[in-house]
Design a protein around this ligand. Structure first.
Ligand code: FAD
Length: 332
């Protein structure tokens, strides 16, 4: 369908992610990450380097992960400590990024560091600031430590340590000092897409459960005949539909070129909350079989709870909504 702005809209991309997540959350997360990193590389790398990195992502040959979080800064991303020191022809990066999805498998990492003050080619002293870099993960000076996670198992999550790693100027993405605004401006879109991924998983859980209530009988009747079973499913279906329409609304505003920070933040906490509650109700409805790893429901619960934390916790989203409806001068 071409690129965003042609026939392809953000609503379309949201729908694709929901459909993928319905079939397999891990595929949706793969599409999500590739869809985030490939356009950044295509936009900011020189053409010869972009040709080395971007087609491989699109063809599924390699992955480029995105690393913003550090051990001491998650929600407060601007407090990052990774440092970039100016050297001849580029920058030397030192520090630790953590909690990076796909890092154990990725070929490269788009990451962020605080660039020191530096002298430009014309002799001007520049302030530096938070800057975005492409780092090849097989380079000397990179160490990766994988986490033993309860969910997201095929994806992997890891800490990445950089020790005086040289990154040439050509691998600086965007302006030196201009990266914070760049990454923050992506969050409204990514949070909305995460909303659709969570409802995709929850709808799959609900469909499996509806079938189960018709097949499973107790006291001489299918359990679907008991309102104690069917009403929670009716409530879940209603709330999921409401969450989906909120997500459509956020992405429609995006496609119309209107601000949607508040709506995206609403999606990121509400759709995730509803999805988790739905999956939980589905587990209860399955009785003891819902607790088994032979059913996908427990994995769904763990996967969606990971989504709830990544890209901003529910508290941070509510802070954004509160600021937007009450005013930053009152909420801080
Ligand atoms: C499965 C998974 C995948 C991830 N993938 C990536 C990735 O690919 N790349 C990446 O860079 N990061 C990734 N992350 C990290 C994620 O973005 C951070 O975990 C998240 O931003 C929260 O940061 P933190 O863990 O440091 O928590 P903190 O910021 O330390 O927060 C701890 C708690 O305090 C609360 N809190 C903090 N500040 C406030 C406040 N002002 N008001 C109210 N409550 C507050 C938070 O809501 C949270 O409950 C991933 C995380 C998970 C779980």
């Amino acid at each position: 369908m071409g690129r965003l702005g042609d026939e392809l809209t953000k609503v379309h991309l949201g729908i694709v992610h929901e459909k993928l997540a319905y079939a397999n959350f891990y595929l949706a997360q793969l599409a999500y990450t590739c869809n985030l990193t490939a356009p950044l590389l295509e936009r900011f790398l020189p053409a010869d380097l972009a040709a080395q990195w971007v087609p491989g992502i699109v063809q599924g040959e390699h992955i480029v992960a995105l690393g913003l979080t550090e051990p001491g800064s998650g929600s407060d991303a601007a407090a990052m400590r990774m440092r970039a020191r100016r050297v001849d022809g580029g920058w030397e990066l030192t520090g630790e990024k953590t909690s990076i999805t796909f890092a154990p498998h990725a070929k490269g990492l788009i990451t962020f560091a605080r660039a020191d003050e530096y002298v430009d080619t014309d002799g001007t002293v520049r302030t530096g600031g938070i800057t975005c870099f492409l780092v090849p993960l097989d380079a000397t000076g990179v160490e990766i430590q994988k986490f033993p996670d309860p969910g997201w198992k095929p994806l992997g999550r890891a800490a990445v340590f950089l020790d005086d790693l040289f990154v040439p100027d050509a691998q600086v993405l965007g302006d030196v000092g201009g990266a914070f605004r760049m990454v923050m401006s992506e969050f409204d879109y990514t949070r909305s897409v995460i909303g659709f991924m969570s409802t995709g998983v929850a709808r799959k859980a609900l469909d499996l459960t509806v079938q189960f209530t018709k097949d499973r009988a107790t006291f001489g009747k299918p359990i679907a005949a008991y309102q104690g079973v069917s009403f929670p499913l009716a409530e879940a279906a209603t709330k999921l539909e409401a969450a989906r329409w909120l997500t459509y609304r956020a992405l429609s505003l995006a496609d119309a070129g209107k601000p949607y920070t508040k709506e995206a933040a609403m999606v990121k906490w509400y759709a995730l909350d509803v999805s988790l509650q739905t999956i939980h109700d589905c587990i209860i409805t399955h009785g003891h079989t819902g607790y088994s790893e032979e059913m996908p429901l427990q994995a769904m619960l763990r996967d969606v709870s990971g989504l709830e934390i990544g890209e901003g916790t529910p508290q941070i989203q509510k802070l954004i909504v509160a600021r937007s409806i009450i005013g930053r001068e009152f909420t801080g």
